[in-house]
Design a protein around this ligand. Sequence first.
Ligand SMILES: Cc1cc2nc3c(=O)[nH]c(=O)nc-3n(C[C@H](O)[C@H](O)[C@H](O)COP(=O)(O)OP(=O)(O)OC[C@H]3O[C@@H](n4cnc5c(N)ncnc54)[C@H](O)[C@@H]3O)c2cc1C
Length: 411
Amino acid sequence: MEYQHIIIGGGCAGFQLAKTMLELPKESIRSILIIESSKVHAPKSWCFWSTISHPYRHLVEKEWHSLGFKAYQNQKNLPLQHQTYQYIDSTSFISHHLSLFAKDPRLTIVYQTVSGIEETENGCLVQCENGAYHSEYVYNSVPHLQEKPYFKPKVWQHFLGWEITTSENSFDTEKATLMDFDVDKNEDGRFIYILPFTEKRALVECTVFSTQEYALESFECSLRSYLEKKYSNDYTISKIERGTIPMMPKINAEITKRIIPIGTAAGCIKASTGYSFTRNLEHTTKIIGYLQGNNKRPKYAYSRFTFYDKLLLWIIENQQSEIKKIFYLLFKNNSIKNILMFLDERTSIVQDLRIFYFLPKRTFIKALIKSKLVDLAPIKFTKKRYLGSIKTAFTFWQKTEVVSMQKNIID
Ligand SMILES: Cc1cc2nc3c(=O)[nH]c(=O)nc-3n(C[C@H](O)[C@H](O)[C@H](O)COP(=O)(O)OP(=O)(O)OC[C@H]3O[C@@H](n4cnc5c(N)ncnc54)[C@H](O)[C@@H]3O)c2cc1C
């Protein structure tokens, strides 16, 4: 069958792209086919920090004006100024798009599993279990269909969340807790994430960044002891959310004139945080620009932020116990505005240096040396320049007060 555009994967990125394409003039978008492998959608709680106006504003079910962080008995409340932390239930997101698509005859959805994509002389061929579809352009959100060698992240974000209801008022509805490291046996840097929907209802998640798989009981155990400590076991569980998010700094999916990776396949999941909702939206804007003829292939380019992400992933892989200290120093020494800007990859180099200045220097230098990351750095390093940079960085950090600050923490 012949279509103008085929989108593989009816998830976050695929639906955002299809919706935006349908908003373009009718003569430029004649037909779109979405191929999705599963009719049953596994619900996700999507959160992101954003200004008030964006295309999914009407789907935001709850927003918080402040974020919480806790480690080493230090609690920080971080009021957000020009942004809020917003929550969208993926089930409402999916049904909103399905009802939009049902009204537009240009869009068709089929439920089939794609096994391969091929660029032909005059378009693309998408191979499915029950036959093939042909189109001018393909947008693919499924990494393993394009990734060579096979998509194989080393680090994953694992989590288990319980939506709980308490009989007493237990939650501050103005504040979402981003990270609370006050969890038993958290040598692996596990932390609790809380989204309070009402004073009596919240999603409480136990999360860990790790190379290894975790048994469900490990998270259940952490959640149970955390809830017992905080809410004296006065709760009932109404929903469960389990997830693993690949944390990859760079996806090698090939981008051609006609086959364009999107979402996870395009590297839209930020490697050091696991967030992608707003990055998928930004990427959609780039794709639309490309379709409108700006000739800039919509790619998540390698940048110094990819390099920083790689450093953190190396630390997770090799010095997992440092994670808690790194986040503690990050939140202790920087304003929330700067932290969010840094995670959004919008800080200047000077701001980045300020952020790294307060992080554990030995850990990062070790990561820099051991991981041979210089090969992937945005600046090409010669051996001499590499050693010189390490020496300069070391001297710079030596002079700081970080050493005494770290001692305080460890004490
Ligand atoms: C539980 C959970 C919670 C998350 N929470 C957040 C959050 O709070 N904030 C945030 O920014 N990010 C979050 N993420 C990360 C990220 O935003 C999501 O994973 C997001 O869904 C990624 O979008 P995507 O379109 O790339 O993938 P998906 O939304 O997973 O869409 C891919 C689609 O492709 C389909 N598919 C797979 N294989 C095939 C095939 N062979 N043929 C056809 N279809 C196929 C799948 O069924 C799926 O529907 C979360 C992830 C998880 C797992």
